[in-house]
Design a protein. Structure first.
Length: 146
């Protein structure tokens, strides 16, 4: 929350970033580390958690009819340079979409990756907005070794 990311500006609201496949999670994580100037050998090892998200209020940014209603195009979302806006102290396009969704009580966003068309989609859960029967949970706790 403090540093912000693609759909939440610094200091705005908490967001849990996930991917629908472990392959995409790795691509996204390494892209984030590289953008920050961290060499891969310093970025690893990464820890991934399997989570389950079930929400009633989803903003599906992969749906062209939703994008049309919002007045944005998929290419604009993919090309958004949110990290440069963050460096300037500004809110980016994707961060403004995230803020609007959060303010409207949306519980999660579904979006395409900015890095690849393959390997699934990204899910951004907004834990402050998730109430039963919706949920966000870790599927498997770490094993305890002797």
């Amino acid at each position: 929350m403090e540093s912000g990311a693609r759909f939440n500006a610094p200091g705005s609201f908490p967001a849990v970033y996930g991917s629908t496949t472990p392959e995409l999670a790795m691509i996204e994580s390494l892209a984030y580390q590289r953008r920050a100037g961290l060499p891969v050998e310093r970025a690893l090892p990464l820890v991934f958690k399997a989570i389950s998200v079930e929400v009633e209020r989803l903003l599906d940014l992969t749906d062209t009819s939703v994008l049309t209603d919002l007045g944005v195009m998929a290419d604009q979302i993919r090309a958004d340079t949110w990290w440069l806006a963050r460096a300037r102290g500004e809110e980016s396009l994707t961060q403004s979409l995230g803020r609007a969704a959060y303010d409207c009580g949306v519980q999660a966003l579904l979006t395409s990756s900015a890095h690849t068309f393959a390997h699934g989609q990204n899910v951004i859960a907004l834990p402050d907005r998730i109430r039963p029967p919706s949920y966000l949970k870790v599927l498997r706790r770490p094993a305890k070794y002797p």
